[in-house]
Design a protein around this ligand. Sequence first.
Ligand code: OMP
Length: 226
Amino acid sequence: MNHNPVYLALDLPRLDAAEALARKVAGHIGGIKLGLEFFCAHGHHGVLEMHKVGLPIFLDLKLHDIPNTVASAMQAIHVLEPAIVTVHAAGGRAMMEDAKAAAGERCKVVAVTVLTSLDESDLAATGVGGNPHDQALRLADLAHSAGLDGIVCSGHEVAGVRKQWKDGFFVVPGLRPSNGKASGDQKRTVTPREARDAGASVLVVGRPISRAEDPLAAAIAIEATL
Ligand SMILES: O=C(O)c1cc(=O)[nH]c(=O)n1[C@@H]1O[C@H](COP(=O)(O)O)[C@@H](O)[C@H]1O
């Protein structure tokens, strides 16, 4: 693969620290993922600052509301020129259709299926029967039929989803290098290499790089496995 599929999740409280980390590893990642922690703390200003690093920006806002509200939120972030934005597939077909229509041509919209921090018992507690694999496939079908570009799922489901959606754009978080650190709050993990081999388009890596003693060495080590 020519293009580096790793997007670094910058889940850090300080803007200067996030920017310094992104600059340090910029040659060994393909993009930057800015999520709720970053956006709630630094907003539009923070995203515009991070554009200066010169890498594509994945704005992981996980939008989930009524269709009109989500479409309006999408329009409000046009100015930030994100390459990728997330919504929750559980928001339903109309919400996803309207989100995609509002996103503009150059922004991929992907739907979160089953968070990688959940297992079957967590799903049951929310009233969803069956296992994460079947639920992810069901929500992937819904996202596909709503016209989205792809989905977010764990490395355990991505091969199955790829089988039924051959040209989909699939984001896989919950990655832990095989020599790696504890899973933390993640329950459905695979290695970056396993996710890539299973058909992931983007590999989201956060703490295995950002909390490493030597983030640059960690990013280079992950790149070397791909
Ligand atoms: O949408 C996401 O990016 C996402 C979906 C999901 O199911 N699980 C998940 O961990 N993420 C994000 O991926 C990143 C994973 O971070 P680490 O566990 O530190 O590598 C975090 O920024 C999460 O918000």
